[in-house]
Design a protein around this ligand. Structure first.
Ligand code: BGC
Length: 286
């Protein structure tokens, strides 16, 4: 269980009024964006990163086990191999930033940065990080610090929220779940995100949360077959609650799911999810 209490509803404004939450929708193609820009460059750098149709995006995924990075072109196609480095322990903010600083040096040129983070993120500031250490990440200005390291405008948001943007269609109710070190969730209504849905920490069965029953550690302990049965049970549990049109399952462990999935469930890869890094900048309809 996370040591953080869930966010209070009034500290989490509705997505429609949040300036950093883009929507994949034709009704709202140009949300007002608040982004961190490197010191001295001002808002024009951020604006041109948002408007530049040929811009390349450095997508960074900070995970409980690995830190991943890839550069994507304007169509969200990878232009290099995804790089991965083990997450440092302890995973303090400075240690993680140090890994990012080193990894960035080996990346091809990019114009803007998108960071997925394994915890609650509000306006680019991290609130907690259950699998990295909540105390290390309380109120940490991640977006601003990554912009300073890379010298490019940056946006940071919850990892599952970002990855879902990589795969959703922008139509109807879509839920993206990531199965990795933790269990992440991104919920979208006609392409508009309901941010920071911490479904993984919802108590489920036997005094355990979804995350506790479906984590990496459980997969290793139970084996793929038994763990997959739990995934199918989770789907049975969530379908009649969320009544989503499509459920997307991603994260490092989705590929291990055995058995038949309902017709409205789709598996996505990590690289597909990282395409969300481009979409959170462009908000283009998919
Ligand atoms: C965190 C989520 C995150 C998920 C996947 C959970 O422990 O609470 O915010 O999305 O792990 O990284």
């Amino acid at each position: 269980m996370p040591s953080e209490p869930p966010p209070s509803p009034d500290s989490n404004p509705p997505a429609s009024t949040d300036p950093i939450i883009p929507a994949i929708t034709t009704q709202n193609p140009e949300p007002v964006a608040t982004v961190s820009v490197p010191q001295g460059e001002g808002q024009s750098a951020a604006r041109s990163a948002h408007e530049n149709p040929g811009a390349c995006t450095l997508a960074i995924d900070i995970g409980g086990t690995g830190i991943k990075m890839i550069v994507l072109d304007a169509d969200a196609k990878p232009i290099n191999e995804r790089a991965r480095t083990l997450t440092p322990h302890p995973a303090t903010a400075e240690a993680v930033l140090e890994v990012i600083r080193t990894m960035v040096q080996a990346q091809p040129a990019f114009d803007r940065v998108a960071v997925g983070f394994p915890g609650i993120v509000k306006r680019g500031v991290t609130i907690n990080a259950p699998n990295l250490g909540n105390d290390y990440w309380r109120d940490f200005p991640l977006q601003e610090r990554v912009a300073a390291i890379t010298g490019k405008p940056a946006r940071a948001m919850n990892d599952a929220d970002l990855q879902g943007y990589g795969v959703i269609s922008g139509k109807g109710v879509e839920l993206a779940l990531t199965l990795g070190t933790g269990v992440g969730a991104g919920l979208y209504v006609d392409g508009r995100l309901v941010p920071n849905l911490e479904l993984g920490h919802q108590p489920w069965k036997k005094d355990q949360t979804y995350e506790e029953r479906l984590s990496d550690a459980q997969l290793n302990e139970l084996g793929k077959k038994h763990w997959s049965r739990r995934v199918l049970e989770m789907i049975e549990q969530l379908e009649p609650i969320f009544n989503y049109d499509t459920l997307y399952l991603g994260g490092g462990n989705a590929e291990h799911i055995k058995g038949e999935l309902p017709a409205n469930v789709r598996i996505f890869t990590n690289v597909e999810g990282m395409a969300g890094g481009v979409r959170i900048w462009t908000t283009a309809p998919t």
